[in-house]
Each structure stands twice: as C-alpha cells, then as structure tokens.
Design a protein around this ligand. Structure first.
Ligand code: NAG
Ligand code: NAG
Ligand code: NAG
Length: 785
C-alpha cells in the first residue's frame, strides 16, 4: 500500500520455560501460553509487509518462505507462489523487498529421474502453496507446496534450520530429493558471486554482493548450507536455469548450486542447516556448526519459543471480559516490535569494536515515535545496547543513522530523528555503559555540521536553518553538499523538534549555553506558521480553521501549498522522497501543523486557544484528512491531553482500535516499519502514550481491566489498575486517579513509574470529567513550563 519510505547474544534457554499464570485472570483455563496470543501472520496482506517467519528476538537469522507476490517481508498472505526458503529478512518495509538472500528450494524428485529435468531458475521453480497449510508461530514457520513438500523452519541467532518432508511417491517420479541454493535475493540485486559444492558431503557454500532495499552502497553476505538425513547422489552448479556437474566451484560462473540425494534414511525427511555471516564463508559455517551442532529441530524450536516467552512475559494482562482478539492484537504487536532492529554484534565487517552492533534501524523516522519508547519500557537492556550501537555508528561513520539496513546507510526522510531516540533514553535515565559524551557530540554534529550527502544522514540546508531560521522552499545555501531540496515544511518542524530534544540533553548535562541555543531553535517552527492561511477541503468546503504551516522563500516572502495536499483526500499520495517539489512528507500541512510536541501551549495560542485547537484536532480525525497507517498520525491521537481534553484522546484511540488494528492478515493499516504499527497498538492499549524525546507518558484508560509491566532490569512492577472497567468501552473517561494510593491529578506520568514500579489506579466513567484539565496538570510545554 502506502510505500512508507519509508542480541546481545540471545542465551538459549533450553529448559522448558513455564509460562507464568495470569494470576488475576478468571479465565477457565488456568495455564495460558502467551505465544497463543501471537499471530505472526497479522500484517501479511494489504501492504503490511510483516515478516511472518521464524526468528529469535532481534535475531539476525529470519527464515520464511519467499513468495512471488507482495514479497517485501518474504511471505505474504496473497496466495502467490513460493520461490524458495531464505534465512535473512526485514519486517514491515516500505521500500523495495529486503534481503531474502540464498534461498533453498526442494524438489522431491526430477522428471524421469534426471537432474537436468528439474527446475532451477526462480521464475521456473515457483510452486503454488497448499491452501491453508501455513503454520506461523514465534520461532517456527511451516508451509506445504503442491509438489508434495512440507517445509518447516526455525532459527538460532545466525542460522536457520529447515526440515523438508517429502511425499512417498512424488508425481510418478522416484523419491530422490534435489535441494538448490540460489545466489539471488528478493529484489534481484545480486552482482558477482562465488559458490561451491562439496561432492562428498553435499555441503553448499558461497557469497555474493547485494544492494540494500532503501539506501545506498552494497553489502556482501556469505552462506553455508549442510544437510542431514540422506546420502548424496549427485552434486553440481547451475547457470541460467541449466544444471551442470562440473566444475563444482567458481567465481562468477554460476547462479547457484545443488545437491541431489537418495531417498532419506527415515520419515522421508532431510534437514538443512544454513549459517549466514557478513564476515566470511568460514564464519557462516561456524555460526551453523556452533548454534545447530546436532540438527535438533524440536530443541531449537523450543529454545526459540522460550526466548520469546521470556521477552513477551514481562507484560501481564488481566483480560477478564475482553475478547481474545484484543490480546492477540496486543501481544502480536509486542512481538513484532522485537523482530528488529537486529543484533549483528560480531557480524560487522565495517569496523572493529567491542561495542554492540545493531542493524535494520528501518527507519528511525518511523521507529522513534513508539517502537523505541516501547522497548525502553519492556526491554531496557536491549534498548541500551541499541543506543550504544547508534553511538558506535556515529563514531565510525561520522553521523548517526536515520535509517540503516544491511550494513548500509538508508535514506533520511525528515530531520535527524536519532537525536530524539538518544534524548529519550537520556531523559529516562538509561545511563549504564553508555558513552554520553560521544552521544552528545553526535547530537551536536547533527545540529551543526551538514554532511556531504544529507540524503542518507544528518540534515540538509543547515546554513539556512542557522541563518534564516527555517528551511526555505528555494534553498540556495551554498554548502558543498547534496540532497533532495523538498519537504521544507516537514523538515522545518522536525529540525525544530530535534533541536528541542538536544536542548533537553544539554540542560541535563548542565550546559546552559547549548540548552538556551537549541531551545531558541526549537521555536523556529513558528517561522513557517502563517496566521492568515485558511483551508478548504478538495470538495470546496471551508474547514473554518485559520493558521497553517506554509512554505517560505529565502526572501521571506510566503510561498503556498494547499494545507490538504498530501492528505488521503487528495487521492493517491505522491508526497515521497522522489517527488519533485512538495513541501510536506507523506502527510499534509494540516497534519504537520500539529507537530509541535515541544510547545503545544504556544501552538494553541497561535491557533485561537486550546478549545479551538481541540476542535481542529477532532476535525483532523473525522474529516478524512488523516491516514493512521503512517507514523506521523500517532501523536495527534493523544494531543488532546495538551488541550485540556484527555477524554478525547481516549475516545479517539477507540476510533482506530480495533477498526484499523486487528487480528486479520490485513490487521494493520500500513507498513509495519519494524514494529512501528505494532508498538502503536501496544502502547495505546496499555494506556500510556510516550511523547518520544521527553520523559512524558500521556495517560488514557487501558483496553484491559489491568496491565502489569515487570521491568526486566530492576525487577520492579508497574501496574495500571482500573475501577469501573467495562469491556464495551463505554467507561473510557478517567474520573480520578491515584498513584500508590495518593491522588494523581496530572494527565501524564514519567519513566520513574516503569523504573521503580508502582500502582496507578484509574477510576473510569462514561462521561468526560475535569481530571487532568487544570493548567498545572497538563503535560509540559516549552513556553508554559
Ligand atoms: C503459480 O503457479 C501456477 C501453477 O504453475 C500458475 O498457474 C500461476 O499463474 C502462478 N501464479 C503466480 C502468481 O505466479
Ligand atoms: C503438510 O504436509 C505434512 C507432511 O506431509 C502433512 O502431515 C500435513 O498434513 C500437510 N498439511 C496440509 C494442510 O496439507
Ligand atoms: C496568547 O497569549 C497571550 C499572552 O499570554 C494572551 O494575551 C492571549 O490571550 C493568548 N491567546 C490565546 C488565543 O490564547
């Protein structure tokens, strides 16, 4: 759909992990497996592009069947044909399909029992799936193809284990399985390649060079595939769909390799273990050997399941009276937030470092708003490793990434939003083992030093930003650098918020000069606010609101962009990076006018006061101007909190959940973008919306009677309880609240709640109350404190 351009070593817990009882639940079942509430197929149709296969939390190896339909995440629930089974993927991407390197494909036999009658090329071997045969669970994926083969898969950190089950009598051919490894990737970007097959063991290994799916440069990946369960009959390579048996190795001579087997020793099954590595072929083989030494499928799957139970089990729901579907939406969203970024520690060939290395920050423009804040609550240790990894990328690449995948720089979409992720962690007290001095230097670099190519890092038009105090539509900044001079409005508001976040860190550092400087820059959004600007819908109806962001020339003269342009009302959205000349990115000026998270009080002042701005925000949500499937739409659901109407935030979230976030394969409204959509649903359903970059969570009633979050770092528990909860969601208005038994009148809390634990009790009712509406109880704004 909308092309939203947009482990540390996981210790395998081999012992069966016993799921904690959902103690407060009155369900009939007394043991519940939390994994039953995870459906990896949510978001595998309608452009969600979710990765549905087997992975560990943050795992590098991600195994799934690759299809020839909507294949961004490998598999899609679109009934298209299967071209292979590969071990590397990204989840929820908006650009082109990502990774999917070195797929295996399994034939039960070849016509007339001749290896040269089998199909080798991707387009020729594509085979329909057996309807309804897909089984997707955390750590496990299975599918049957109409050639009679069932392919099951599970993973460790850097290797995938495949179990192929063959039919007794494949289509009038003797059972003599032939397994291919293709040097291709999903988007067909391969150049070059080395491959070899060991005629004695049937082992296949090699490497090739590929391009990233939403960035620049290229990367080299290595693989090593070994087999168990049958004797070797023949081996060879293939090129342009034609197999040959000699030579058995070479560079740039083949598209892949194959091993043919005699009938399997037992159960018609052959196991294949595939190690992957960015370092070398040897390392790929070592990864498989060390993580899958015994080809033990059941044990590997159990270990993966245990790892997931441990990660997801930090949140316990009392879901009395609430539909199972809501729990599935919730836990599946939490699960998807932990698929990426991926832990490539020890797999980074670009520099040597003792710091962790995470990849697939895909993209921070999407993930800074909710995915990273959610990880800060449920997995602070890993979030800290990700922060350290971002800082190490700065150390060695000279800039923080805005988007990064497959060891390559990805495209920037607006500001330098890693600044927000770093500030968010600092303001929430994530100090352990983080080099904050270097982190601070990275923030200043984003704010001060324009890179040569700002389409992949940092910010462009910084000269104008510093001198004119906005990004002009006709930037003539003479800096010797390049990038697309579009999106002047959305870049202006993002730069302003990035600078606000830097000012928070500077103030916390005690650097008052920097704090004052960046605080001033945080107000530059206002330079593109045009008081007199009105807005009519494409239908001609005047919206009645006045004062919108508008583009401005270097000269200071106003330019013009219809405030509704780039909204869903203007038809198919064209406001992407490759577009010539639009001033807002993937959203309208109507939407971006609300992006002042640092100073909603002042925005209200400029737009007629809080009451008028609340009406305008309601209009945004009811007029068709907003598309909830793109991440900038998230915060405006909750901004009523700043406008003395926290009850409207609660009412508005029910407008989108479950209608747009549910358990169907079309259960998310846009690309998941590495769990962005998933984390939106989770945080909304928990009733704590993070204003990312600030130590602020806006409180709304949870979708469950009670939510308990155990901080895996401190062991402390934060519990949100409700009084008068009703599962029909009539009582969605907070009447009063207590924190640890003491009245809590603010409509927000800070991260201490999750760090130190506590009990927040919300008394609910069916009408809006005056809770959280006093001036001193509103969430913070720059101009009003
Ligand atoms: C899938 O394969 C079947 C049988 O070979 C073919 O008829 C169909 O057109 C293919 N579909 C796609 C999307 O390739
Ligand atoms: C898939 O294949 C396996 C192994 O042959 C078989 O047991 C299972 O019933 C098949 N599933 C479907 C839905 O056909
Ligand atoms: C904006 O703030 C000024 C100064 O505090 C105040 O006089 C004015 O009434 C405010 N306007 C609105 C619409 O709130």
């Amino acid at each position: 759909m909308l092309p939203t351009f947009n482990c540390k070593d996981i210790t395998l817990v081999i012992a069966l992990f016993v799921t904690p009882l959902l103690a407060a639940s009155h369900r009939e079942r007394d043991t519940v497996d939390i994994l039953d509430y995870v459906d990896p197929l949510i978001g595998t149709s309608n452009g969600g592009h979710v990765f549905a296969g087997a992975s560990l939390p943050y795992g590098m190896a991600k195994a799934v069947a690759d299809c020839n339909g909507d294949k961004e995440g490998g598999y899609a629930s679109d009934g298209s044909n299967i071209t292979g089974f590969s071990s590397m993927h990204d989840s929820g991407t908006g650009g082109s399909p990502s990774l999917g390197n070195f797929p295996l494909f399994a034939h039960p036999g070849c016509p007339s029992d001749q290896y040269n009658n089998c199909k080798y090329a991707k387009t020729e071997r594509a085979t329909p799936q057996v309807d309804g045969s897909v089984i997707a669970r955390p750590g496990y994926f299975s599918i049957n193809l109409t050639n009679g083969v069932q392919a099951e898969m599970t993973t460790t950190s850097h290797a995938a284990l495949y179990k192929f089950s063959f039919p007794d009598n494949p289509d009038n051919m003797p059972l003599s399985p032939l397994i291919i490894v293709d040097l291709t990737d999903l988007p067909d970007t391969r150049s070059g390649g080395t491959v070899q097959v060991d005629a004695t063991t049937g082992k296949l290994s090699g490497s090739a060079t590929f391009s990233p799916s939403f960035g620049v440069g290229n990367y080299v990946l290595y693989f090593c595939a070994e087999f168990s369960g049958a004797d070797i009959r023949n081996t060879g390579l293939f090129k342009n769909g034609a197999p040959f048996v000699s030579p058995k190795s070479g560079t740039n001579i083949a598209d892949g390799a194959w091993t043919q087997f005699f009938a399997p020793h037992a159960n018609n099954q052959i196991l294949a273990r595939v190690g992957v590595s960015f370092i070398s072929e040897d390392k790929a083989c070592q990864n498989a050997e060390s993580e899958l030494s015994t080809y033990h499928f059941a044990g590997t799957r159990t270990a993966a399941e245990s790892a997931w139970r441990q990660k997801l089990g930090v949140v316990t729901l009392d879901a009395t009276g609430v539909s199972d579907d809501f729990q599935k939406t919730f836990y599946s969203g939490l699960y998807r937030t932990m698929l990426s970024p991926q832990d490539y520690t020890g797999e980074n060939p670009l520099w040597s470092s003792s710091e962790p290395y995470f990849d697939s920050f895909y993209c921070i423009w999407d993930s800074f708003r909710s995915a990273h804040p959610l990880l800060s609550i449920v997995d602070p240790q890993t979030q800290t490793l990700m922060i350290r990894s971002l800082i190490d990328i700065y150390r060695h690449e000279g800039k923080l990434p805005d988007c990064r995948m497959s060891l390559c720089k990805g495209f920037t979409q607006g500001g330098s939003n890693a600044d927000v992720v770093i500030a968010d962690a600092y303001m929430k007290g994530f100090t352990t083992d983080v080099d904050w001095v270097t982190a601070y230097a990275a923030l200043l670099s984003d704010a001060e030093d324009e890179p040569a190519d700002w389409s992949v890092e940092g910010r462009g038009d910084l000269g104008s930003w510093k001198n004119l105090h906005y990004v002009p539509i006709d930037d003539n900044d003479q800096a010797p650098s390049g990038g697309p001079h579009t999106r002047s409005i959305s870049r202006t508001v993002e730069y302003a918020y990035n600078d606000f976040c830097i000012s928070l860190v500077a103030a916390a550092f005690g650097n008052t000069d920097d704090a004052a400087k960046y605080r001033e820059r945080a107000g530059y959004w206002e330079n593109l606010f045009r008081d007199t600007q009105t807005s009519s819908l494409p239908s001609g109806v005047d919206t009645g609101f006045r004062g919108f962001l508008q583009p401005k020339y270097v000269s200071g003269e106003w330019a013009s962009q219809d405030p509704t342009l780039c909204s869903p009302l203007n038809g198919p959205d064209q406001c992407y990076l490759n577009d010539n000349g639009h001033e807002t990115y993937e959203g309208s000026a109507w939407l971006y006018t609300f992006f002042v998270p640092q100073d909603m009080a002042h925005l209200a002042n400029r737009t007629g006061g809080r009451q008028t701005l609340a009406s305008r925000l309601q209009y945004l949500h009811s007029s068709g101007l907003l598309y909830i499937g793109d991440e900038q739409a998230f915060l405006p659901v909750f901004q009523f909190h700043y406008l003395m109407r926290p009850g409207l935030s609660a009412a508005t979230i029910h407008q989108y959940i479950p209608s747009q976030f549910h358990t169907g394969t079309d259960g998310i409204p846009g690309n998941d973008d590495s769990g962005a959509m998933g984390s939106f649903a989770v945080l909304s359903m928990m009733g704590i919306w993070p204003v990312s970059g600030q130590n602020v969570y806006l409180i709304t009633p949870p979708f469950f009677p009670s939510v308990r979050i155990k901080n895996p770092q401190t062991g402390n528990e934060a519990t949100i309880n409700t009084i008068n909860f009703d599962a029909a969601y009539k009582n969605i208005y907070i009447q009063s609240a207590t924190l640890n038994g003491v009245p809590w009148t603010k409509s927000w809390i800070d991260h201490n709640f999750f760090m130190n634990g506590g009990v927040l009790t919300l008394t609910l009712g069916s009408v809006e109350s005056d809770w959280g509406t006093n001036l001193e109880d509103l969430p913070p704004s720059m101009s009003s404190g």
